[in-house]
Write a protein that binds this ligand. Structure first.
Ligand code: 13P
Length: 302
């Protein structure tokens, strides 16, 4: 298979009443785990990285987005299922443009500091550039609340206004719209309360595929209902880092690594390899989502 357009994946999902998952990665094992899961379930998938993390000014070591783009593209091209490659929620246009030139075939800009007009203009520019390069653009109208595990709070968000969203889609030409419909980013405790009436209304008014972020914090039945109502892309991030960390934590508790051959712990790939186990833990979590959102066994139909 090959790198496939994110728009093609979302449109197939929309026409066939399922959703395609975007499972956010941060390193080699995590991105390979997503493809492992997709191949195991014969599912199309969107792989990629979080632009807000890779491009963060707070990083101790500055990252080169080209490394991530070329890596992601190579993995997509070697995959047995259709794969799109997204540079998600980047806070600078510069990072997104570099991303487009390094292999990403979908991008999303995120800023909550711009006026509606400025945000529209930035997205118009991104659409022009991305479409010229054969790539897709996603944008969000409204704002998801963020959950903060350190103090158990959820920030105030803003639900998507259907008329404003329709106007934005028309005037930018974006390919996918992320919506704020009660979903919450980074929510690990409890479940978000989705506004199904708003989803119905958005599906009627918005001409492009709709995207549900915050997949970690959505209950299984709610996720199924949202997909049934026409959500055709679901983003999942936090839970994948959680299962990765949990695996490593358990491994280090169970094993006296000071007295083990480090090659057996990392890199040899045998049963005792900690990172292989962590990769498998991510793949299992991704498989669960793939089954819930209905993309299993759809790869060969695209
Ligand atoms: P979660 O981390 O809450 O699953 O959300 C991921 C996401 O929406 C990335 O865009």
């Amino acid at each position: 298979m090959a790198l496939v357009s994110m728009t093609a994946l979302m449109n197939h999902a929309l026409e066939n009443r399922y959703a395609v998952g975007y499972f956010e990665s941060w390193n080699m094992e995590s991105i390979l785990a997503v493809v492992d899961a997709a191949e195991r379930t014969n599912s199309p998938v969107i792989i990629g990285f979080g632009g807000q993390f890779i491009g963060s000014k707070k990083r101790a070591i500055k990252e080169n987005i080209h490394h991530y783009g070329y890596l992601g593209k190579a993995i997509a091209m070697q995959s047995k299922v259709p794969v799109a490659l997204l540079l998600n929620e980047a806070h600078t246009v510069d990072l997104l443009i570099k991303g487009l030139h390094s292999g990403f075939n979908a991008v999303m800009y995120e800023s909550h500091d711009l006026s509606f007009e400025e945000f529209t203009n930035v997205n118009r520019y991104l659409v022009k550039t991305a479409h010229f390069l054969g790539a897709a653009v996603e944008a969000e109208i409204g704002q998801l609340p963020d959950s903060d595990i350190s103090n158990n709070t959820i920030s105030k968000g803003e639900k998507t206004d259907p008329d404003l969203a329709a106007h934005f889609v028309e005037s930018t030409g974006i390919d996918a719209l992320a919506v704020s419909v009660g979903n919450v980013h980074l929510l690990e405790s409890g479940h978000a309360e989705l506004d199904f009436e708003l989803i119905r209304c958005l599906r009627k008014k918005i001409k492009v595929p709709l995207v549900l972020h915050g997949g970690t914090g959505i209950a299984e039945d709610d996720l199924k209902e949202a997909v049934d109502l026409g959500m055709c892309k679901v983003n999942v991030g936090t839970v994948l880092k959680r299962v990765y960390l949990k695996h490593i934590q358990c491994y280090l508790k169970k094993n006296d690594v000071d007295h083990m051959d480090p090659h057996n712990v990392i890199g040899r790939g045998g049963e005792a390899d900690m990172l292989c186990g962590a990769r498998e833990a991510i793949a299992e979590a991704v498989v669960k989502f793939i089954k819930i959102i209905g993309s299993e066994n759809k790869a060969h139909l695209i």
